[in-house]
Write a protein that binds this ligand. Structure first.
Ligand SMILES: C[S@@+](CC[C@H](N)C(=O)[O-])C[C@H]1O[C@@H](n2cnc3c(N)ncnc32)[C@H](O)[C@@H]1O
Length: 240
């Protein structure tokens, strides 16, 4: 797959993000918010789907992904990562090892999103930061119970879909308009869609080609929608 920016400020790579993050870190790329849904090391396979890459072992996943992720954080920046609830201590231990401050995590009630009974009903969103970000937020453990994931193409393309409304809420809370959001395990880019909709820049990476293709199309569609909305807003005073 060839790589080119979707629109200025929105970039997506079909690649191995561990290698890319090391490269970007050396080049001085930094972010105020790294928000991602990495392989937790849960060895999870949904019915009829292929296993998630790099998902074999939680210690390995945390030790492979967290150091390059931490190296991309600005002096005062947030690192927000989804994780399976029972694996959270492993990821949080590694975050502390890297010198990050770990705050209480959010719990996300997955049943509110999928409306089906699940073995693991809650996922968590780990909250860590470097320094003291301008918007220093410590809510205490909070439950996120957001909209249902309904779009069938999204539910069928990934077993770990996250509702865009929930991601928008998080992006608005933890970043400012124009900030760059980095998402190194993007899947089909729900975080990218949310970031674009919130007027943030976005840099995403996905290893698996089928998901990277869905993500690229999705980001192009969202970019068209955002441009059309801006045009509409600009046209209103003329029409009045
Ligand atoms: C838990 S899933 C995230 C899915 C996402 N929430 C979605 O809705 O599509 C983790 C994703 O990380 C990707 N991944 C695993 N290792 C990677 C790597 N080294 N570089 C980039 N992506 C990777 C997997 O292919 C998978 O799509």
């Amino acid at each position: 797959m060839t790589h080119r920016p979707i629109v200025p400020g929105v970039d997506f790579h079909h690649s191995d993000s561990i290698a890319l993050m090391k490269l970007w870190s050396r080049e001085g790329v930094r972010t105020k918010l790294l928000l991602s849904d990495p392989p937790y090391g849960a060895r999870w396979v949904a019915a009829g789907q292929k296993a998630i890459a790099n998902d074999e072992n939680p210690y390995r996943a945390a030790q492979d992904f967290l150091p390059p992720m931490a190296s991309l954080l600005d002096d005062n920046a947030w690192l927000l990562l989804f994780c399976r609830i029972d694996l959270a201590p492993i990821w949080e231990g590694e975050m502390r090892w890297l010198g990050l401050t770990v705050l209480p995590y959010y719990q996300w009630d997955k049943r509110s999103a999928f409306h089906i009974e699940m073995n693991i009903r809650r996922e968590v969103l780990l909250v860590a930061c470097r320094g003291t970000p301008a918007r220093y937020i410590n809510d205490g453990a909070t439950v996120l119970a957001y909209d249902r994931v309904t779009r069938p193409e999204i539910v069928s393309a990934t077993p770990t879909a996250k509702p865009v409304s929930m991601l928008r809420y998080l992006i608005e809370k933890y970043s400012e308009p124009g900030d760059l959001i980095i998402d190194p395990c993007a899947g089909i880019a729900p975080i990218g869609e949310a970031a674009l909709g919130c007027g943030r820049q976005y840099l995403g990476v996905e290893l698996e080609e089928p998901r990277a293709l869905v993500a690229t199309e999705r980001l192009r569609a969202e970019a068209r929608l955002v441009a059309a909305r801006a045009l509409h807003r600009a046209a209103i005073p003329l029409a009045a």
